[in-house]
Each structure stands twice: as C-alpha cells, then as structure tokens.
Write a protein that binds this ligand. Structure first.
Ligand SMILES: Nc1ncnc2c1ncn2[C@@H]1O[C@H](COP(=O)(O)OP(=O)(O)OP(=O)(O)O)[C@@H](O)[C@H]1O
Ligand SMILES: [Mg+2]
Length: 234
C-alpha cells in the first residue's frame, strides 16, 4: 500500500490517501496541544507511543465486536484505517469528574458516576468545541436519532470493555473522548484512543498518566505514556 496524497493535517495527526480504495494511512505526530491549540509543544516520541497504544485498544475493541476503522499498524507512527465520513461530534464518557466538567459545573474532581455520564461536543475549534444536548445534535442535523442512539450504546460498550481491561492492569479509566464516522451507511469508531484522548490514573496512587501532565506542566510526560504502553501491551 502506498501513500498517494496528504488529505488532512490536524494538530496531532496526518491523514494520507493511499492507492487502496477506501483505505487511508493515519500518521501520528509528536505535537502536543492543549486548550484548543493555545499550548503547543513537540514532544519527541509521543506519536510513536500513541500509535502503539491506539493500535492495542482498537485491536481489543475489534475482537470484542466493536466496529472500528482500524485495519493494522504498519510502522512506528502509522496505521492503516478505513476512510470514514466523520461526524462533527466528540462523544465523551465520564466515570469520574475531571477537567472541563469540574470547571463548568463547579463539582469536586474525583467524584464517581455510576452509571457513567455521556456528553456530546460540537467538533469546531472556532467555537471552542461547545457542549451539545442530544436534541441539539438532531435539531442541528449533525446526525440522526438512530445513529445518536447507536453512538451512545457503542460508547458505553467501549467504556465497559476498556474499564475492565485497564483495571486488571492497575489503571483507572477516568474519562475519554471518541469520534465516529460513517462507511457504507454504517457507524464506525474512528480517530484514536490514547493518553491524548483519555484520562488514565494509577488505580493505587492516583498518579496521572495522560495528557493532563502536559496541560498542568507536571513533567514526566513521556515516562507516563511509556508506562501506559507497557501496561496495555502486557
Ligand atoms: N477513519 C477516518 N476517516 C476520516 N477521517 C478521520 C478518521 N479518523 C479520524 N479522522 C479525522 O482525522 C483528523 C485527525 O487529526 P487530528 O486529531 O490531528 O486533528 P483534529 O481532530 O482536527 O484536531 P484536534 O487536534 O482537535 O484533534 C480528525 O479531524 C478526525 O476527525
Ligand atoms: Mg483530534
């Protein structure tokens, strides 16, 4: 399979068209960004780690019957994926209060939610990815009632699979963000699942093992990502 054309470059990844119809190459960069790109740094090796961690999670989800865009990892930084028509929606699942939710609602970080909370955000940097109600999603025609319900079911299934898998490895899955797209009229999980898009805390010490180390200048960024990779590949 050969890259033919650069289709899109985002803050963290590059998408390449290939000579294989319907298949793309997703390349992970070393750029770390936060607060909608206001904070930006190149962290050497980050892309390699996120490609490997995402490949592990997508393989696990494919085996568990979740339809994902992941085909195979082909190099340190690249994976082959099915080309999707992305929905401009970020689906966030929260097991524990953290990040923007704590700020927005003034609740204490660490508060647990059972059942977990599912939120939707409009994927629009200019508007700073505003939160959406389910009615906003359908009223704005971002997707149909059916696909919205399917996304919620899939997101909760991903949550229970990953929560169990990570618990066995001493990691608490605090929250995570998913992106979905359509292929031949079917809903498919796309993008990445990594410490950039999830919050991982050590289940014993509570130590932060995700992009919050960059957001909050805590240091030990690559060490934390390496540790996540070590644990998910064990
Ligand atoms: N299988 C896929 N088919 C088509 N587009 C995809 C697929 N998987 C992910 N994408 C899109 O590719 C882009 C990945 O790039 P990246 O994550 O760097 O940028 P971004 O999401 O636009 O910006 P941000 O930095 O806010 O994440 C995203 O827009 C994502 O929605
Ligand atoms: Mg992205």
């Amino acid at each position: 399979m050969k890259k033919t054309k650069r289709l899109y470059e985002g803050k963290a990844k590059i998408l390449w068209e290939t000579d294989s119809p319907g298949r793309m190459i997703q390349e992970f960069k070393d750029d770390a960004t936060a607060f909608n790109g206001v904070k930006h740094e190149i962290i050497s090796g980050k892309g390699v780690l996120n490609n490997q961690i995402s490949s592990h999670f997508f393989t696990l989800l494919n085996e568990a019957g979740v339809t994902t865009h992941f085909v195979e990892k082909i190099s340190e930084r690249e994976m082959v994926v099915d080309r999707l028509e992305m929905l401009p929606i970020e689906v966030v699942v929260r097991n524990v209060a953290a990040g923007s939710m704590v700020k927005r609602l003034g609740i204490e970080a660490g508060r647990r939610f059972d059942p977990p909370i599912v939120e939707y955000y409009l994927k629009d940097d200019d508007l700073n990815d505003p939160i959406l109600s389910e009615e906003h999603v359908t009223a704005l025609g971002l997707t149909t009632h059916e696909f919205l319900a399917e996304m919620k079911t899939a997101a909760l299934k991903v949550n229970s699979i990953l929560t169990g898998f990570l618990e066995e490895r001493g990691i608490r899955l605090v929250d995570f963000k998913l992106e979905f797209g359509l292929k031949d009229g079917r809903l498919v999980l796309g993008d990445e699942i990594s410490p950039d898009t999830c919050r991982f805390h050590d289940a014993t010490s509570g130590r932060i093992m995700d992009k919050d180390r960059f957001r909050q200048d805590l240091g030990g960024f690559i060490e934390a990502y390496n540790e996540v990779l070590d644990r998910v590949s064990s």
